[in-house]
Ligand binder design. Structure first.
Ligand code: SAM
Ligand code: DTB
Ligand code: SF4
Length: 337
């Protein structure tokens, strides 16, 4: 029988056993398969550059155990108000000058308030007018809010499942896995591309990593972007404190690379983004992540609150590896359902 395929021709009937079997492959076999899938669907040696900006930092009521911006954490991150539109557009212009193709704006909210929406819309329209792709991550959305963002031309919305459905409740208690899926559905229905992934290295098991990739790869449509973050352990957060002094503090590099490879094989058309955590990864680990099919990174020296490698370190890495920045592509906007 033919495997069930989703509307874009990719499989979304992956079983956990199949995904576990990919994780179990000898490393060189896994890398071989991942490179094959990668080259069949993406330009080899090209990496998309995205820039992040925290447009509203800290003071978030959610209790995500990894996050420095939660009011439940004692990380010392100062809460700010929503940035004004002009300052956001100035930062977008700087990112464009530095060669970035996508500008991702993040707010530490459980959900946006309707009174914030006019400013958010102006940011989307302004960044698009500069010829950059736009991405926002603002927490949970109602269907009406998603439609407003879609009508303004938002290209991508980032909303992560973060980990396996089983592990989720150990990490976040203030909103459910199901609520995350509901927002993703509203985003899809509004015709916005989905950016959805999670974090590896939160002390989860291999079975959790299997369950995490499985949850993404069996969505009715694969996310167009899949960020794979390595936990940045932040002092004062539940996970940062729990893992900082244990042998599990940093995910094993090979296991992280395996996760990237399995994401690439199971979601062949998606952009797989090597996201948080690059600052503490060696050049060799990052090189293997690119070989495993990662083809997008965040540039600059700051993510939202955590540090990032910085443009000169990345330019040196690209030079060493012979990688080149991806040309800006027309975002694949879905037709609204
Ligand atoms: N508040 C919004 C939300 O959670 O939907 C958007 C911003 S939130 C910071 C975006 C994502 O960043 C989270 O879902 C998580 O996967 C990732 N993230 C946050 N803190 C992290 C950390 N310390 N290490 C790795 N990834 C992290
Ligand atoms: C995602 O998955 N990774 C980015 C983006 N989506 C918004 C955020 C990473 C945040 C890292 C921790 C920090 O900067 O506070
Ligand atoms: Fe809030 Fe997002 Fe941080 Fe969770 S990850 S605490 S929702 S900013």
């Amino acid at each position: 029988m033919d495997p069930m395929t989703s509307i874009d021709g990719t499989r979304n009937d992956w079983t956990r056993d199949e995904i576990a079997a990919l994780f179990d492959l000898p490393f060189d076999e896994l890398m071989w398969q991942a490179q094959g899938v990668h080259r069949a669907h993406h330009a080899a040696g090209e990496v998309q550059l995205c820039t992040l900006l925290s447009i509203k930092t800290g003071g978030c009521p959610e209790d995500c155990g990894y996050c420095s911006q939660s009011t439940h954490a004692e990380s010392g991150v100062k809460a700010t108000k929503l940035m004004d539109v002009r300052s956001v557009l100035q930062r977008a212009a700087e990112a464009k000058d530095a060669g970035s193709q996508r500008f991702c704006m993040g707010a530490a909210w459980r959900n946006p308030k309707d009174r914030d929406m006019d400013a958010i819309i102006a940011m989307i329209e302004g960044v698009r007018a500069m010829g950059m792709e736009t991405c926002m991550t603002l927490g949970m959305l109602t269907p009406a809010q998603a439609r407003r963002l879609g009508d303004a031309g938002l290209d991508y919305y980032n909303h992560n499942i973060d980990t396996s459905p089983e592990r989720y409740g150990d990490v976040i208690t203030t909103r459910s896995f199901g609520e995350r899926l509901d927002t993703l559905e509203h985003v899809r229905e509004a015709g916005i591309n989905v950016c959805c992934g999670g974090i590896v290295g939160m002390g989860e098991t291999r079975a959790d990593r299997v369950g995490f990739v499985h949850a993404l790869a069996t969505l009715p449509r694969h996310p167009e972007s899949v960020p794979v973050n390595a936990l940045v352990p932040v002092k004062g957060t539940v996970l940062g404190d729990m893992l900082a002094d244990t042998p599990m503090a940093k995910i094993d590099d090979i296991e992280f690379i395996r996760t990237v490879a399995v994401a690439r094989i199971t979601m062949p058309l998606s952009m797989v983004r090597l996201s948080a955590g690059r600052e503490s990864m060696s050049d060799a680990t990052q090189a293997l992540c690119f070989m495993a099919g990662a083809n997008s990174i965040f540039t600059g020296d700051k993510l939202l609150t955590a540090g990032n490698r910085g443009d000169s370190a990345d330019a040196a890495l690209f030079g060493k590896l012979g990688l080149k920045p991806m040309e800006a592509a027309e975002p694949m906007r879905m037709a609204a359902a």
